[in-house]
Design a protein around this ligand. Structure first.
Ligand SMILES: [Zn+2]
Ligand SMILES: [Zn+2]
Ligand SMILES: [Zn+2]
Length: 487
């Protein structure tokens, strides 16, 4: 049954204003601010009539040179991998210590294995979850996940070892070379968010966590709804968590802008403190999200391979219902009358669609992997000595000891980069890139004024397969390589 969202009709005008693409002037102004806050003058954003926005080099880049580091607007770790990597909830840096990373993973994996007796993940939610995970790496991941539930390849540690790893009593050899920032729990005590520093805790609180925290300070009804929302997202699709962060950050920005404007007015007119709903401020608060290209999620999500095209309409309806279900729970948790249009199914669908279409991976390499590689590289007799302690731990972790932190994020600049099957740049993390920022590296020399392109798909695939994958992003590639191969 088609879900009916009353806000979509009562706020129709506001919704269409929110969804109308930014003017060239707004676009220039927004990116100008982004560049100046980041002290970045190496690239520019230009808009042209054919391909929309594009990123252009403002200086010459050498091959292998860093083109850009892009701070995410919102991001989230994949919930299925949260067990494996203990990272800062704001910048996604690994935190704690090598010992706590390992101890926590072993402890939580055991807990999960006991809970689920194998790997029945709930088949009904699986088909929906998979619909947004297009790349095959996710699939490998889930098969790996499943095998990790069984202890076939793993040798459990003796009783007490996992605990002493977690509480810091057991120190592993040479881990001082891999020190991580200590973990800072969310000051409101939700027990869900941990940070690498107080400044990340504060930044996250200001950006969205103050609305999404389930700690003591939130009221019980909201807290229950928030927990429900998170459970629903974990069982269906992580992308809802990202949408909730986008909405929360817009609401918080709105209230900040409103407070500033009241303070400003108050200087001139003390009677003017009771201001009311101000839509132009909401539009301004929404600006960062307005920059991303978007369509309704249920219209743009790629049809999964296992769904017949004759069932497409019902599949899309199911997606729409799922989004509506999620939105209703989110509304109970964080509804704000002054920001009502944000809670319409139309806006919610477009926010999720934006993440779908910009499908940007968040990846942070694991220091646990580096640690075991370091031990493996050591010389005897030190190596032998160290391995007496580390080998049983490696055996307990099994093959997936090297799992990195993975998630989805929206990067304002990277998302403006157009695709090419012969790109001149790519997303690539160097050894020193230890947080969730996107890093773009030049693949060959790029001269000033040239457009910077990345490949959204594996550019070594045959022509037809590339075009099929790119169709999911809603376009047909006309890059030099495609033009050449088409004829
Ligand atoms: Zn951090
Ligand atoms: Zn919290
Ligand atoms: Zn192409």
């Amino acid at each position: 049954m088609e879900p009916i969202c009353p806000i979509t009709s009562t706020s129709a005008n506001e919704i269409s204003a929110l969804l109308s693409p930014p003017s060239p002037h707004q676009l220039q102004e927004y990116y100008h601010n982004v560049f100046s806050t980041r002290h970045c003058s190496d690239i520019t954003i230009k808009q042209d009539d054919n391909s929309g926005k594009g990123v252009y080099a403002a200086i010459d880049f050498k091959e292998g040179e860093l083109v850009l580091k892009d701070q995410m607007l919102v991001g989230t770790q994949h919930s299925s991998l949260q067990i494996d990597c203990f990272v800062c909830s704001f910048c996604f840096r690994f935190i704690g210590s090598i010992e706590t990373q390992i101890g926590r993973r072993l402890y939580l994996n055991e807990l999960r294995a006991n809970e689920s007796h194998g790997c029945d993940e709930g088949s009904s939610s699986n088909s929906l979850r998979n619909c947004d995970e297009m790349d095959s790496t996710d699939e490998d991941e889930s098969t790996m996940r499943c095998s990790s539930g069984s202890s076939k390849t793993k040798v459990p540690l003796p009783d007490g070892v996992v605990e002493s790893l977690m509480n810091g009593q057991l120190r592993l050899p040479c881990t001082e070379k891999f020190s991580l920032p200590p973990s800072v729990p969310c000051p409101s005590g939700c027990g869900e968010a941990y940070y690498c520093s107080m400044s990340c805790a504060e930044a996250d609180w200001e950006s969205s966590h103050s609305l999404l925290c389930t700690g003591e300070s939130s009221n019980p009804r909201r807290r229950e709804a928030l927990l429900n929302f998170m459970k629903h997202s974990n069982e269906t699709n992580d992308i809802f968590l990202l949408a909730a962060k986008a909405i929360s950050s817009t609401i918080l920005r709105y209230h900040k802008l409103k407070a500033n404007s009241l303070a400003e007015k108050g200087k001139y007119d003390a009677s003017c403190v009771f201001d009311h709903y101000n839509f132009s401020l909401l539009l301004e608060a929404w600006r960062p999200i307005s920059m991303g290209y978007k369509k309704r999620w249920w219209d743009c999500v790629a049809l999964p391979d296992d769904i017949d095209s004759s069932d497409e309409a019902s599949f899309r309806m199911q997606i729409k219902e799922l989004a509506f279900e999620s939105l209703q729970i989110l509304k109970t948790a964080i509804f704000d009358k002054e920001c009502e249009p944000l809670f319409s199914l139309e806006i919610y669908g477009h926010i999720i669609g934006m993440f779908e279409l910009n499908n940007l991976d968040l990846v942070v390499a694991s220091p646990v992997e580096d640690y075991f590689l370091y031990i493996d590289d050591m010389m005897n007799p030190d190596k032998e000595e160290a391995e007496k302690i580390t080998q049983p731990i490696l055996d307990a972790l099994g093959e997936d000891y090297s799992i990195c932190c993975q998630g989805t994020a929206f990067f304002p600049l990277q998302s403006c980069m157009n695709h090419s099957c012969c790109p001149n740049a790519k997303a690539f993390k160097r050894d020193e890139d230890r947080d969730g920022q996107a890093t773009i590296i030049a693949l060959r020399p790029i001269s000033k004024g040239e457009e910077i392109t990345i490949s959204y798909v594996d550019e070594d695939l045959p022509f037809e397969e590339r075009q099929a994958s790119l169709a999911d992003y809603g376009f047909r590639c006309r890059c030099p390589k495609c033009i050449e191969e088409e004829t």
